[in-house]
Design a protein around this ligand. Structure first.
Ligand code: HEM
Length: 362
């Protein structure tokens, strides 16, 4: 298959150009001090590898072979330093089971990726047959392009489990735009897409029976934004479920279903699961945005994030010193050539399928 990149239609370009920079709730002029925040940080020259390995099926009972393989793969030599598990039902109604993997050392990741056990299983002809699709999204990110924010210094989830230190309370938070200020690279780089606003119209990305790789533009932004309610009292947990969770789900649905308007190419709202498959009380949104600017616009001005923000502010005020809900996020802006997106036997609403140039590897 050839280069499938398409320019957005004129009406879309106009819509993108008119995106409003609405007024944020938190501002540099705000008189109320925001609650304190911390940041898990990495050494100046470090590179962080984040890899999502997922499998999708209409029926979870079809995922047994996948679970066996990935379970063994993460235990082998040069395997990840951090392995977290999650699941979600995607826009097409398929169950997806996902491993979120982190490596400190990119060389170890490369060795793992090119090992016989990974290459032979992933490349086997059987992978394009049957009811299961598999996908992986891998990024290698210099620390200057990686930032985190934690509502408490003790949070150790995701990249926070391999970060050598936690800094804080930090000053760069509590105003829209602080995410960008926490990214050292932003001091000399506007982090714009090298393809302008060319978020291609969702083309037919049907990947059944095929292997498709997607080549993304430079400066694609990823966010993993987590909520940990596992320490909440029974009362706080039920209030969280009643007031925050539905608003959060609406925000995640909006991003998933409005890629052209939002600049969000893919959004999955996942529940973390324990090693034995039991659901935890931790969840996170994992989303790809065309640029950091698109992510900023959504968080600062879209009613869905502002609603999340507002409902949380009231909730936090009501909980006072008893508040146990913990929030964190990690954001990466991917350099040119720093990402791999592979989809094998996947339906057309999977990840970045349908966006950007695709290479048909079958
Ligand atoms: C920033 C609340 C979920 C994207 C913030 C801030 C708060 C907040 C309080 C300001 C933090 C500071 O600078 O001190 C929440 C709550 C959530 C939630 C309570 C869920 C219960 C999400 C999700 C995403 C997201 C799921 C994206 C997938 C962002 C971004 C910023 C932000 C990008 C930084 C904006 C900037 O500094 O320019 N959120 N949020 N949030 N949030 Fe959320």
């Amino acid at each position: 298959m050839g280069d499938r990149r398409r320019s957005p239609p004129r009406s879309l370009r106009r819509r993108l150009a008119c995106r409003s920079d609405g007024v944020g709730i938190v501002s540099r002029k705000s008189k109320t001090a925001p609650p304190p925040a911390w940041s898990a940080t990495f050494a100046e020259k470090a590179e962080i590898t984040v890899a999502l390995y997922g499998a999708q099926a209409r029926s979870p009972s079809d995922l047994g072979a996948w679970r066996m393989w990935i379970g063994a793969a993460v235990e082998q030599a040069n395997g990840p330093d951090v392995c977290e598990r999650a699941r979600f039902v995607d826009a097409a109604g398929w169950m997806n089971e996902v491993l979120i993997l982190y490596w400190r050392d990119p060389l170890e990741h490369r060795a793992w990726l090119s090992s016989a056990a990974i290459v032979s299983w992933w490349g086997h002809d059987d992978r394009v047959l049957g009811p299961v699709g598999i996908w992986r999204e891998i990024v290698v990110v210099p620390s200057a392009r990686f930032e985190t924010i934690l509502s408490e210094p003790a949070i150790r989830i995701g990249s926070g489990r391999i970060a050598p230190q936690v800094e804080g309370p930090i000053k760069t938070h509590g105003y829209w735009g602080s995410m960008r200020d926490r990214l050292p690279v932003s001091r000399h780089d506007a982090l714009e897409s090298d393809w302008g606003e060319a978020l291609a119209v969702r083309a037919s990305g049907d990947g059944s029976g095929r292997r498709i790789s997607v080549r993304a533009p430079a400066n694609l932004a990823l966010i993993r934004s987590g909520q940990d309610a596992s320490l909440c009292s029974v009362e706080e947990f039920s209030e969280y479920q009643r007031s925050i969770r539905p608003v959060l789900e609406r925000g995640m649905d909006y991003l998933r279903d409005h890629p052209l308007e939002s600049g969000c190419c893919a959004c999955r709202f996942m529940t973390e699961v324990e090693k034995d498959g039991e659901p935890s009380e931790r969840s996170f949104g994992f989303a790809w945005f065309l640029t950091l600017g698109d992510l900023e616009r959504w968080s600062k001005s879209h009613p869905t994030h502002l609603a999340i923000y507002n409902v949380f502010s009231r909730y936090a005020q009501a909980q006072g010193a008893d508040l146990q809900l913990r929030l964190w996020h990690e954001v990466a802006v991917i350099p040119a050539g720093g990402a791999t997106f592979d989809y094998v036997n996947c339906h057309d609403r999977t990840g970045l399928l349908g966006f950007f140039p695709q290479t048909d590897a079958s």
